[in-house]
Design a protein around this ligand. Structure first.
Ligand code: 5CA
Length: 442
């Protein structure tokens, strides 16, 4: 990709309407463009990051055996009347009438629709568990959309749903998602901690929010420092290992403010381990038993008896994660964003000095690009006529983690290569590729 042909509308200054770093940066480097309050278009840079996040989320769902489906954004009100949530959901639900005057809505979540899909096809307990997910736009008419795509009205979410015969099996499903979330956030280079949380309009009595620490977060959290050291590298998927894993986290006090109790916090967390800070909720999992299956009559046959299936739901804020990663990775001191290599909009920028009537650096850049592409390294060439330092500033601003510079000093097959906040090295192209590939595999 040539920068001169890319659609990356960079602003000269930070937009004044943005209050937090992620919102500022996303507008500044042209990742998103507001279309109306709390509704955004995703421009190429932002869209690339979001798609990479989505793919990691997808791979980690597939890995625990969840099956991908795609449900529509527009739903009929009928199923919401069955569950009783049509009235309960209130003004956050965007209600629409079609030309037949039928009441429709833009889905804020999908418990009802997926239950309807399940009950019309699955009849026997022998088909359980059923684990289904989709990645789809949601709409919630938030009273105060703010912080760009962090709290918006239209957002992109991965939501999964589990159907089991009884509580024991349902908790097994819940714990699979618990592990899968730890793995997903790790691959995104985030340290997300599970916290006991309130269930709100989704319902149920067991729920964990996955939260990353950030001063600009909207969730107040109270936790025990030692929870950050829990070893979560387990690859075992059996019931006991998964229950043990969750237990390892749950032995530490870690809650959001709705569940906070000052006395208990002081009683169970020694002073030196107490953390009282703010965070961003990037995922939320729920167990709610037969809350939907009962009113919607979703049953399976178990030895001649009809049993209401036990359900859970599991969300990840895919679009919110783009902003959350910026909040977590932006270095305030050096004022530099460095995207984790797994989701960087480009992994490497080739920055040639372009002289009038001399195409040699551009030709070299094309060859390097072909080589890096063959190694699956997502690369862009800055073919504009700006001077080198302006180009470097631009990629520093965007946060492209690796930069390869072809200036006057380029001698033979050695290039100036640096990690965004690192020292310049002189390397040949094989060494460049192997450094980037090494970072990718970590
Ligand atoms: N049905 C359940 C689980 S699938 C559910 O909807 N859960 S949720 O309400 O907690 O949302 C899941 C995730 O979506 C949240 O953890 C958050 O990361 C993201 N999210 C929720 N509301 C918004 C919003 N207004 N803007 C951006 N992301 C949001």
């Amino acid at each position: 990709m040539y920068f001169s042909k890319s659609f990356v509308p960079i602003l000269k200054n930070n937009p004044t309407e943005a209050k937090i770093k992620s919102h500022q940066l996303m507008l500044r480097v042209g990742m998103i463009k507001q279309s109306s309050a709390g509704i955004y278009s995703w421009l190429p840079l932002g869209f690339k990051v979001m798609k990479k996040i989505e793919q990691i989320v997808r791979e980690e769902q597939d890995r625990i055996g969840v099956q991908e489906i795609l449900m529509p954004t527009i739903q009929s009100s009928e199923i919401w009347k069955e569950s009783g949530r049509y009235d309960d959901y209130g003004e956050e639900m965007l209600r629409i009438k079609d030309r037949q005057n039928r009441e429709m809505l833009y889905g804020p979540t999908n418990e009802e629709l997926v239950t309807e899909i399940f009950r019309s096809s699955i009849k026997s307990y022998k088909s359980l568990p059923q684990l289904l997910y989709h990645i789809q736009w949601k709409f919630r008419d938030e009273l105060r959309p703010r912080f760009g795509i962090m709290r918006c009205r239209e957002f992109y979410m991965k939501d999964a749903y589990s159907f089991d015969l009884n509580d024991e099996e349902a908790l097994f499903s819940y714990n699979k998602f618990f592990l899968s979330y730890l793995r997903t956030f790790k691959r995104l280079n985030l340290s997300a901690i599970p916290m006991a949380a309130d269930t709100g309009p989704i319902g149920g009595n067991l729920s964990h929010e996955f939260i990353i620490l950030a001063d600009t977060g909207e969730s107040k959290i109270y936790t025990d420092k030692r929870i950050f050291d829990v070893n979560n590298s387990s690859t075992l998927l059996d019931k006991k290992s998964l229950a043990d894993l969750r237990q390892q986290y749950e032995k530490f006090y870690s809650v959001t403010d709705e569940k906070f109790d000052q006395n208990e916090f002081e009683k169970v967390v020694p002073e030196e381990f107490r953390v009282n800070t703010k965070g961003i909720e990037v995922g939320h999992i729920f167990y709610f038993g037969d809350k939907y299956s009962k009113p919607m009559n979703a049953t399976v046959d178990f030895n001649g008896k009809k049993e209401f299936v036990k359900m859970g739901s599991y969300g990840i804020g895919v679009s919110r994660l783009v902003g959350a990663i910026i909040e977590a990775k932006y270095n305030d001191k050096d004022e530099i964003m460095k995207w984790p290599i797994s989701v960087a909009p480009y992994q490497c920028a080739i920055i040639p000095m372009i002289k009038k009537n001399d195409t040699s650096n551009l030709e070299k850049s094309n060859k390097i690009l072909e080589y890096l592409k063959s190694k699956n390294i997502d690369t862009i060439i800055d073919d504009t006529e700006e001077n080198i330092s302006a180009k470097i500033r631009k990629f520093n601003l965007i946060g492209v983690p690796y930069q390869l510079i072809l200036g006057n000093k380029t001698d033979g097959d050695l290039f100036e290569f640096k990690e965004i906040n690192g020292e310049t090295q002189k390397l040949n192209i094989e060494e460049v590729a192997s450094q980037i590939l090494k970072a990718k595999s970590n």
